[in-house]
Design a protein around this ligand. Structure first.
Ligand code: ARG
Length: 588
């Protein structure tokens, strides 16, 4: 469906034209004075120059043409030249009626779909998921869903950290503990056991132990570095071990992401681009972009306009080893080859911004992607505890994602049982659903680039700008509709009538803005905009609900109209939370 604001702008443009002015001045926006009008057009002020006329005269000419239009109840020219617009109730209810019938709830697919790769999640193999990885997963997932909802081809890639020093550390530690395993014997090069020589929980314990030891023991660290190099160089025993580590980790990660309703199309990682590195580096050298500096291979990426220093991009270390930058560049080559994306979007901690500036510049300079391919970085802020420091466990350790989810679910479970609206056997399932909404909405409702405080009490509250409040609103609407149906009611022949009061009209107007809100949020890659939209919609519904006795309404047509409106609000809310990455229970 066409956006409400565009329909209004079209009518206004006709009026500008009819009065002898250019249509281009007819931009309208939601009024910033809702006490005076619903939409406003400031075009007359801008037209002053071209027509050498007082803006108020222009506004009057346009407003006069809008009188009697079926779209507007009122069009007023006010000093110094604003046009204040109030929509006609019939126009608004007509739009809502179409929306109620539209299976897409007003959302239109884009006429120019793009292929976008979103690089998000970014977990490191063998290290447990911690809250730092949570934001990337939540934000990336919702942008992916927004893009798809609007008709784009969006490919989510988890981009595993599976090739770095952590692998060498684990191998070294395993060798300490189980030196007799065949993986460490250079004479054995094949026929390794099918079963991994460790479990996931062992693995999770091995890595931190190895990492701690490497910080104290230089010789141990040296061995880990060597093991990393040998692994990357293709030593068969290490490769076989690495496979085991990767397989175990990936199945564990998949379980955890599934709990978060986060789902990747590609499970590729840093290790997948090894074969691309050699040719890429050769080409960079041949074309004269890459040169040796103190043994290392670098590409200059500084630009004159730089305010702060952008160091050269290091492609190979002096020992010939590849770096984080190298794998990221080679991944761009691979993605270009496989998908020819219009855009690659990285959803990564904003502290990695410089890394991506370097990578993007280097990719452009050396021609890894065509000019038309956008490379974008969405850097997110840190999730802090109430003390304003990065979120930690009570003991001060790194908070594991599983622990955080368990804490939230427990808190939700308590509240849900207190409410006693849910049967015991459903309570924990419901707590999980509401808990997920609490976590995701708590994150997504903040502008991604900002740090935010993870506040369990606030996030799990049923009141205020929270996930549980949104779900509670949906559940409330569901239960009203259910009562109506239990009494034998049906909405099959319901029609949306003109809004009677201000609260009802506001609710309709906000509902009608769904397509606009979703498109706007996606254009800015800003899930918080969609959150703000549904929060307002939920508020509009709740105030309407408080002032209106819906189920006891005597006039059947009126009652059904309201219920159809409610059902449409529910559909919009459910569609929006699906895009944000969570869902509502039947009851709570
Ligand atoms: N594994 C990295 C980390 O934990 C994040 C990866 C982000 N994506 C990328 N293409 N560099 O810091």
């Amino acid at each position: 469906m066409k956006k409400l604001v565009d329909l209004i702008a079209e009518k206004t443009a006709e009026a500008f034209e009819g009065a002898g002015y250019s249509r281009s001045y007819a931009r309208v926006s939601v009024s910033n004075r809702p006490d005076l009008c619903e939409y406003q057009c400031n075009g007359a002020l801008a037209a002053k120059k071209e027509y050498q006329k007082a803006p108020i005269r222009i506004a009057e000419d346009v407003a006069a043409r809008l009188q009697g239009s079926p779209v507007f109840e009122k069009a007023e020219a006010v000093m110094p030249g604003f046009i204040n617009l109030t929509l006609s109730p019939a126009f608004v209810s007509g739009y809502l009626q179409k929306m109620a019938e539209d299976p897409e709830h007003s959302v239109e697919k884009t006429s120019s779909p793009e292929t976008i790769i979103i690089d998000y999640g970014g977990p490191n193999v063998a290290k447990p998921l911690h809250v730092g990885h949570l934001r990337s997963a939540i934000i990336g997932e919702s942008i992916k869903r927004m893009g798809r909802r609007l008709g784009n081809t969006v490919i989510g890639d988890v981009h595993l950290g599976d090739w770095g020093l952590q692998m060498g550390l684990i191998i070294t530690e395993l060798q300490e503990r189980k030196p007799d395993l065949p993986y460490f014997d250079p004479a054995i090069t094949s026929g390794y056991p099918q079963e991994p020589p460790f479990t996931m929980s062992e693995l999770e314990e091995i890595y931190p132990a190895a990492s701690a030891r490497s910080k104290e023991d230089a010789e141990y660290k040296e061995r880990a570095l060597q093991a990393t190099a040998d692994l990357q160089g293709g030593r068969p025993g290490y490769r076989a071990l690495w496979r085991h580590i990767l397989d175990l980790s990936v199945s564990d990660l998949k379980k955890n992401y599934a709990k978060l309703h986060v789902d990747f199309d590609l499970w590729k990682g840093e290790s997948d681009v090894q074969e691309y590195i050699g040719p890429m580096v050769e080409e960079m050298k041949e074309k004269g972009f890459a040169y040796e500096d103190q043994g290392a291979l670098i590409v200059d990426v500084a630009e004159e306009k730089d305010q702060k220093e952008v160091p050269p991009c290091m492609i190979l270390k002096s020992d010939g080893a590849a770096l984080y930058t190298t794998t990221d560049l080679a991944t761009i080559v691979q993605r270009e080859e496989d998908y020819h994306p219009d855009e690659i979007l990285y959803v990564v901690d904003k502290r990695q911004e410089m890394h991506f500036i370097q990578v993007f510049r280097c990719a452009r300079k050396t021609g890894l992607v065509p000019e038309s391919t956008k490379l974008s970085f969405l850097g997110f802020g840190t999730m802090n505890g109430k003390d304003g420091k990065p979120f930690k466990t009570r003991e001060g350790g790194v908070m594991r994602l599983e622990t955080l989810i368990a804490d939230i679910n427990q808190e939700m479970y308590k509240k849900i049982v207190e409410n006693r609206s849910v049967k015991d056997k459903d309570a924990s399932r419901t707590a999980e659903m509401v808990g997920l909404a609490a976590i995701k909405y708590g994150d997504l409702s903040n502008q991604a680039s900002k740090d935010y405080v993870f506040d369990v009490d606030r996030f799990t509250s049923f009141e205020g700008n929270t996930g549980p409040y949104i779900l509670y609103t949906i559940v409330r609407i569901k239960s009203i509709l259910e009562k109506f149906r239990e009494e034998g009611g049906s909405l099959a022949d319901a029609k949306i009538l003109e809004p009677a009061g201000k609260g009802e009209k506001n609710l309709m107007l906000q509902t009608a803005r769904y397509n606009e809100a979703l498109e706007g949020a996606y254009a800015e890659k800003a899930p918080h905009r969609l959150c703000a939209y549904i929060y307002e919609l939920a508020n509009n519904f709740n105030s309407f609900y408080h002032e209106t006795k819906i189920l006891s309404e005597e006039n059947r047509e009126q009652k059904k109209s309201w219920l159809l409106l409610l059902d449409t609000v529910r559909e919009v809310l459910e569609d929006a939370i699906d895009v944000l990455g969570f869902e509502a229970p039947e009851r709570m």
